[in-house]
Design a binder for this molecule. Structure first.
Ligand SMILES: [Zn+2]
Length: 994
């Protein structure tokens, strides 16, 4: 039943006091009205004390028709067009105003939420907004209302009297304290229940059909009166009523609260909003708010009601984190303002500042001095400001009195200044060796520097100790010694400080899209019209709307993005293809993998009706990451996990292996033998690694002849060549030449030869997994966006860019490369993913065509470890089980299923001519020599053109490599070269000893 929690607007009706008007200047205001329900008409006479020399400012409301205005019984001329009438009486007397008005309910149904307005009709009377001639300032009101027989009525009053006269009842309300306005609620459908709490009379006015709620409301009311009397002192009135309204209001007025009928029926209201409204009896309705200097009452009431109730359930930290999450979602540099400028909420950003940040400010005050001192200060606020407007300055006085210190810095920092501190932990220096276990670090602040008490919780074994750090500079350095190595250190894990959240603490949420003013909407190619109601929701964010096919990665990197349709190709390009949620409507928000500061939302609807039904409710579900609706009813909701507090990156405890569990390679082969896919990672140039791979292939083949070998080393366009070789149609030399092995892969073929020989002998298919090298290279230089439409046909449409751990590992590798300078990591990352996704797609395609096969995949270890490169991507595509075997890898949790440590293997590599060659216009020209080059020793010179080896014509570097593959070190090769010497060309044969 949380469904509607956010739909309720609990407001408190205050009008704005002109500054300078104090309680002592209040005059008497008698109002006598009669109400005709059938005509929605109210007629009345107001009699206001006119004191000589004291100005009365009458504010005309155009819905009121004024019959006459008289001073000392003499009519005063007034202009219908003037909004205000200023009267300065020259003697004491009475200002009398006769008026009438019609209050019909002509509000649009959609506008119902929030404002009540004035209504008189068969449901009853609800008058909360300038329904009588208002005179500015505070007045002692006494109200007489004549209603038809059978009506019950509530207004501000210490006591309500009624006199029945024939077909009418006269109600008398007297409130002997200065007020700026009065309100009236009445109905003939009320069932009234009465109780007492000490000397306070408690009333419940519920409509007959809701009368069963009265007991619960009365009991909770008593509970709250007890709670707040304990915290703040005596309840200020003799009477308190809970009144149900036929309009959807959530108001608190002196001596009563007015709750809409749709609200009172929600079971959680007694546990939340009722307490909030009752607390307003102290803050807002007893101590008034000096709005011109900032509305502090909503934040304080939220803190001591809504927040307190969560705190009592040990969930205070979650409430505070939600405030900071909302702040980061909705508040921008453009809409941010200081608390001193908060008047009332008009949207999400004003709510989170005025209610949320203010609540955090009171929390920090409480943390600073403890509960006793904090509540003593609040009691003083109540005692010093009865029926008076109090400003932040008055609050400051009370806090300083109770805290015994000057708090100017605190209020200047938090009330006068906008924004939140941005805190990070830097320069971590661990010296956890020796008896001291020293730890040094810096608490840094970006932008404006705040003075803060910043909590740090240290976890050692089963103990957690919290220390409070005094922070007041751009950088504050700290050094601590611990008796033992800490397991974990977390800063502000309970959200005791109002601060800008760390990215790790900030989950991807719908609110982040609702609050983002830099938004890109991907319009689907088809069925765009079913999402029109959602496009409207985001209209106020001024989004850019583009067709999905026009959106490039460089665009996504800049913004938050909304994708309509889970089958939208753009969703597959970013997160890989995922099965749509089983719901009429779904909204899923994920981190933007190209920009972790931004999010991506995928909205999917089965029909326009489903989308429309959900769209009206979405604003109230901002705190969720995933929402499912069926026929407009929420059926599932989830908040993505995010970090709690700022967690310090301590060195992890060292990984360790239990030697007694060590196994042999043959046992490992047995245990991976039944997996559909077995990945064996390698360092390309180590014979020992390839020997393990062949052992695994052989071991599985022994039990199942239907296996294939997938190889990173071959590129997809060369599959036919591989097939010709393994089937025996093509010999090895032709295969190496046709597959362009040396150009495209290049590692000594002897490393892979035993595996391919085995495949050929047993007719095991070898699958070329890799993408054409030209495309990978282009992407690593210029990014995915640079590919032509023709090139895009060769790459997978399905890519998952969202593996952050993989991204981080690749970033480390990228940064280590000296030649990375000037290169773009994004492009490098895209090329790696493209490579991985292509290989994964090749595996998937093979298994789709050959569902009864197992496959052993051979690839560089980087494509396999942690499952990030190929394995998880293949799993995403087909869900097949798999095992990961690495060779000589570091032991880290999750890196693989098995790590093999093979004996060393001495492989024989091909001998080399030890020359550098250029291959231009069919000429193989020597451009230089390796150190101690055998060819140089044999007399070769730079500029020589190689013609043949042992009489066999050489046309390409491949030809030379293939020829040498079959030679051994120590053998002699006759190298025929063409040498140009003084315009003379001659052929020379050199004997090169390999
Ligand atoms: Zn409130």
């Amino acid at each position: 039943m949380k469904l509607l929690q956010n739909t309720i607007f609990i407001l408190i009706a205050f009008s704005f006091f002109p500054s300078g008007i104090k309680a002592f200047s209040a005059t008497k205001y008698n109002l006598d009205v009669s109400i005709n329900i059938s005509t929605s008409e109210i007629t009345g006479i107001a009699r206001i004390d006119a004191d000589a020399g004291k100005e009365l400012l009458l504010v005309r409301n155009e819905t009121l028709a004024i019959n006459y205005i008289k001073l000392y019984d003499k009519p005063i001329a007034f202009n219908e067009d003037n909004r205000t009438l200023r009267i300065v009486p020259d003697q004491n007397g009475i200002l009398e105003i006769s008026y009438k008005a019609y209050f019909r309910d002509n509000r649009e149904p959609r506008e119902n939420a929030g404002t009540g307005g004035n209504v008189i009709d068969s449901r009853g009377v609800s008058l909360t907004n300038a329904w009588y001639p208002e005179v500015e300032g505070l007045h002692y009101y006494s109200l007489k209302v004549t209603l038809p027989k059978g009506y019950e009525a509530v207004s501000e009053a210490e006591e309500i009297k009624n006199i029945k006269k024939g077909n009418t009842t006269e109600f008398y309300f007297d409130f002997p304290h200065p007020l700026d306005s009065i309100n009236l609620i009445a109905s003939d459908k009320y069932s009234v229940k009465k109780a007492t709490y000490n000397d306070v009379k408690v009333f419940a006015y519920f409509f007959t059909e809701d009368a069963y709620l009265a007991n619960s409301y009365i009991e909770f009311t008593k509970k709250y009166l007890q709670l707040y009397e304990g915290l703040l002192g005596k309840f200020p009135y003799k009477r308190f009523s809970v009144a149900e309204n036929f309009l959807p209001t959530g108001y608190s007025f002196p001596t009563f609260t007015l709750l809409g009928n749709t609200i009172v029926r929600l079971p959680f209201i007694v546990e939340t909003s009722l307490g909030h409204e009752i607390l307003h009896q102290w803050f807002g309705n007893y101590v008034y708010v000096d709005y011109k200097k900032g509305n502090w009452a909503e934040g304080l009431t939220s803190y001591l009601a809504d927040h307190l109730y969560e705190e009592q359930k040990n969930k205070g930290w979650e409430y505070r984190k939600q405030i900071l999450t909302d702040y980061k979602s909705y508040v921008t540099a453009e809409n941010e303002f200081p608390l001193k400028d908060f008047r009332g909420r008009v949207d999400s950003s004003t709510r989170v500042i005025g209610y949320g940040k203010t609540a955090m400010v009171f929390h920090m005050l409480k943390m600073m001095a403890g509960e006793k001192v904090f509540f003593d200060a609040l009691k003083d606020v109540v005692k010093e400001n009865p029926f008076r407007m109090a400003s932040w300055d008055n609050l400051k006085e009370s806090f300083e009195k109770s805290y015994g210190q000057d708090l100017t810095w605190f209020f200047e920092q938090w009330v006068d200044g906008a924004g939140l501190p941005e805190i990070s932990i830097d320069d971590l220096n661990e010296d956890l060796y020796g008896i001291d276990n020293k730890l040094k670090f810096t608490v840094s602040q970006k932008g404006k520097v705040y003075r803060l008490t910043f909590p740090m919780t240290v976890y050692i074994k089963n103990d957690a100790v919290t220390k409070y750090l005094a922070v007041d500079k751009e950088k504050n350095s700290f050094e601590f010694s611990f008796p033992e190595r800490p397991d974990k250190i977390v800063f502000d894990e309970n959200y005791d400080v109002a601060r800008d959240l760390d990215p790790e603490e900030f989950a991807p949420l719908i609110a982040r899209l609702l609050g983002d003013t830099c938004l890109l909407i991907a319009v689907p190619r088809e069925n765009a019209e079913i999402y029109s109601s959602f496009t409207e929701i985001f209209e106020s964010n001024n989004p850019v709307k583009w067709n999905e096919e026009n959106i490039k990665n460089s665009d996504i990197k800049l913004t938050s993005l909304i994708i309509f349709g889970s089958d939208n190709p753009l969703a597959s390009r970013i997160f890989g293809k995922t099965a749509p949620e089983d719901a009429g409507f779904s909204f899923i928000v994920k981190e933007n993998p190209l920009n972790p500061q931004k999010v991506i939302g995928i909205i999917n609807g089965k029909s326009k009706m489903e989308v429309d039904a959900a769209s009206g409710k979405i604003a109230h579900y901002g705190k969720y990451s995933k929402l499912l609706f069926e026929n407009g009813r929420n059926i599932d909701k989830k908040i993505e996990q995010s970090g709690r507090g700022i967690i310090m990156d301590l060195q992890e405890d060292a990984p360790a292996v239990d030697i007694s569990t060590i196994k042999k390679l043959s046992e490992i082969i047995d245990s991976v033998g039944d997996k559909k896919i077995v990945y064996v990672g390698e360092a390309h140039d180590l014979f020992a690694h390839h020997a393990v791979q062949l052992d695994v292939i052989r071991g599985i083949y022994r039990k199942n002849k239907k296996i294939a070998i997938g190889m990173e080393m071959f590129q997809r366009p060369f599959q036919e060549t591989l097939d010709s070789f393994t089937s025996g149609e093509m010999d090895e030399a032709a295969f190496l030449k046709k597959s362009e092995y040396f150009k495209r892969w290049g590692f000594d073929y002897h490393l892979y030869k035993p595996i391919l020989d085995f495949a050929k002998k047993e007719k095991v298919p070898v699958i070329a997994l890799n993408l054409k090298r030209e495309i990978v290279e282009k992407v690593s230089r210029e990014g995915l966006d640079s590919l032509s439409n023709e090139e895009k046909k060769d790459i997978p449409t399905d890519m998952d860019l969202s593996d952050n751990n993989y991204r981080e590992r690749l970033k480390k590798i990228f940064d280590q490369h000296k030649n990375a300078e000037g290169k773009n990591f994004d492009f490098f990352y895209q090329s790696q993913l493209l490579w991985d996704e292509t290989m994964s797609q090749s595996i998937d395609e093979f298994l789709n065509k050959n569902p009864d096969y197992q496959i052993v995949v051979l690839a560089g270890r980087g494509h396999i470890e942690y499952g990030s490169g190929i394995p998880k991507r293949t799993f995403r595509r087909n869900g097949n089980n798999y095992a990961i075997v690495l060779v000589d890898a570091e032991i880290e949790t999750g890196i693989a299923d098995y790590v093999i440590f093979p004996r060393s293997v001495e492989g024989v590599t091909s001998p080399k001519l030890m020359i550098f060659l250029s291959e231009e216009n069919g000429e193989l020209k020597i451009t230089g020599f390796a150190e101690n080059s055998v060819s140089e020793k044999a007399g070769a010179k730079t500029g020589d053109i190689i013609l043949s080896l042992d009489g066999k014509e050489m046309k390409s570097i491949d030809d030379i490599k293939i020829y040498l593959l079959y030679k051994k070190t120590g053998e002699t090769v006759k190298v025929e070269v063409l040498r140009k010497d003084k315009d003379e060309e001659k052929k020379i044969i050199l004997d090169v000893v390999l």
